[in-house]
Design a protein around this ligand. Structure first.
Ligand SMILES: [Mn+2]
Length: 554
């Protein structure tokens, strides 16, 4: 039976010459692939080759990868994370020097309601951070004294091979995840008892963004061991706050892919497009080019008034409005790779050209964003960055004729929260709103209006990854409340405000790494008015709406 061979060449002079030569000789078809690769398809063996080198991915290779064009994440990343955790725990005098084990339970499959169909599996983040395991239903433990890492996998009945393909052996899993030992989950108690485990450290703690608690490990026979569920949580959460160089590499990758996907979306948007078609373009780019099967949160693709709805895109309003000429668009979307999140927002005019009012609000937010990017560095308080951003924004709104009076007095009166009812940004990592915002020993959540929504009040350190996402929104219920409050209404110019009722909003969101010397902005998208207009102008008259394409087919 004839099958296909794919040969990949770099899209440079030599690559293109080889492509042409080969296509002439073998009468095969040529496809252009992203990431500067040309592909030649011909009949032959079903293998993928890269200039004579086989690039078929070995599924048991100790890494996470989704094809040669994507990032290879070696399991040493997770070994490094475990090492960092062990270093902290060994310094903690409450942890016994012998017989103590970290004991984690991984995520489980979640079905659609009462059916036998599951949601695509998402690994529990602490488990992912420690082991990088892709399968559901696993457990993992680490001997704190020796550092030995052990994974436990569900013992699947032989007939599962019919549905799932060849079942992997424990030896396969040991190689795949680069751990010291592997067993089945029905052996946990026996294995721990053979190892004379005296104390199990399980994970129990509150996520300060959701209020939910981390799932504490439970297994048959746990009753025979002493368990402590207090020690582990603050230590492992603190470890997750500071990213290792290997984690940073993954974050840079997922932020880069997400940036490119946003740019592709901006060039696909024009009046007449449905908002969800922008979402669809993002998902397609992130997955097909970046190997990102998941996004980090539901895509927010608001146009016009919807741009003022902070978490637009939820089930009740599933990005289903037709984008109109003159709309501002606020698209907040981030891909996910190997569990690691990106979280980027681009705001741009639907037709590619800003109006004067759109420009004024956009530049007010951009100035706030830039002020933070210029000041942020280790040792700086996140609360101060939020207040700085508020101050710059309100100063610009005053210049734009929307506000009058002293800006510091406005902040004291809570005007910041009227136009930006969310915090400046948040920690980001395996979770888009990453853990560690309010750990014991960190500054507590502020209570004052304007800053009480912050997801962390920490002093910044090198290795932290955060979003910087100032915004300015015209939200009717907040504006009405402010106008009804004499302490706030005295700063507002109602006639000018009327121009912006139903107008929507602007958010600019970058993903940043705090470095020793300051900051690295990992996001790379057009940001100034000029950059956005220039980027969107290219090919604008040739944009074809998907619905027009469909009509052509019919
Ligand atoms: Mn965000």
């Amino acid at each position: 039976m004839a099958s296909r061979i794919t040969v990949l060449f770099k899209r440079n002079a030599i690559g293109c010459a080889l492509t042409t030569l080969l296509s002439k000789r073998s009468k095969c078809s040529i496809t252009q692939l992203p990431l500067n690769l040309c592909s030649v398809r011909t009949r032959g063996l079903h293998v993928t080759k890269n200039v004579g080198r086989t690039i078929q991915i070995n599924p048991m290779e100790p890494c996470y990868v989704r094809g040669e064009h994507t990032l290879r994440v070696p399991m040493t990343l997770f070994q490094g994370n475990r090492e960092r955790l062990l270093n902290r725990l060994r310094k903690n005098s409450d942890v016994p020097t012998k017989g103590a084990f970290v004991m984690l339970q991984g995520g489980v499959d979640v079905p659609f309601n009462d059916t036998d169909i599951d949601w695509p599996f998402r690994q529990e983040s602490y488990f992912q951070w420690c082991f990088g395991v892709e399968e559901p239903g696993c457990y993992g433990c680490i001997d704190i004294t020796s550092g030995t890492s052990i994974l436990f996998f569900p013992r699947l009945p032989a007939e599962y091979a019919v549905w799932q393909g060849k079942l992997h052996s424990l030896e396969d899993f040991k190689k795949r995840y680069a751990v010291d030992e592997t067993y089945y989950t029905d052996q946990i108690a026996q294995v721990l008892s053979d190892k004379q485990a005296a104390l199990l450290l399980t994970l129990y703690g509150r996520n300060t963004d959701s209020g939910n608690t981390a799932r504490e490990a439970v297994f048959d026979g746990i009753g025979q061991f002493q368990v402590d569920n207090n020690l582990l949580f603050p230590e492992i959460a603190e470890c997750r706050v500071i990213k290792s160089s290997q984690e940073i590499e993954v974050l840079r990758y997922v932020v880069k892919i997400s940036s490119e996907a946003h740019k592709a979306v901006m060039r696909a948007v024009k009046p007449g497009l449905m908002e969800y078609q922008g979402e669809s373009a993002f998902l397609h780019y992130a997955y097909s080019v970046g190997g990102c099967r998941n996004v980090s949160y539901t895509c927010i693709c608001g146009s016009g008034h919807n741009a003022s709805i902070l978490h637009y895109g939820h089930a009740g309003v599933p990005n289903n409005r037709l984008i109109q000429d003159g709309d501002i668009c606020l698209f907040d979307m981030g891909a996910n790779y190997c569990g690691y999140a990106a979280d980027i927002t681009c705001s741009f005019p639907a037709n590619g050209k800003f109006t004067e009012d759109q420009k004024m609000i956009y530049n007010a937010v951009l100035d706030a964003c830039n002020a933070v990017l210029q000041s942020v560095k280790p040792g700086v308080s996140w609360v101060d960055m939020h207040l700085l951003s508020n101050k710059v924004l309100l100063t610009s709104l005053k210049k734009g004729g929307l506000l009058i009076g002293d800006v510091d007095d406005m902040i004291k009166a809570g005007l910041g929260e009227v136009f930006q009812p969310h915090g400046l940004g948040h920690l980001m990592g395996l979770d888009v709103h990453d853990v560690g915002g309010y750990l014991p020993g960190c500054p507590e959540r502020p209570v004052a209006p304007g800053i009480r929504k912050l997801r962390t009040a920490r002093t910044l350190s090198a290795g932290m990854v955060l979003t910087v996402e100032p915004g300015c929104y015209f939200i009717d219920c907040l504006l009405d409340a402010a106008l009804a409050n004499p302490e706030q209404s005295k700063f507002i110019v109602p006639e000018r405000l009327r121009d912006f009722r139903g107008w929507g909003g602007v958010r600019i969101e970058d993903d940043i790494l705090i470095t020793e010397s300051g900051v690295e902005n990992m996001t790379c998208v057009p940001r100034t008015v000029e950059e956005i207009e220039a980027w969107m102008a290219v090919g604008r008259d040739q944009i074809k709406l998907p619905q027009e394409r469909r009509r052509t087919v019919e």
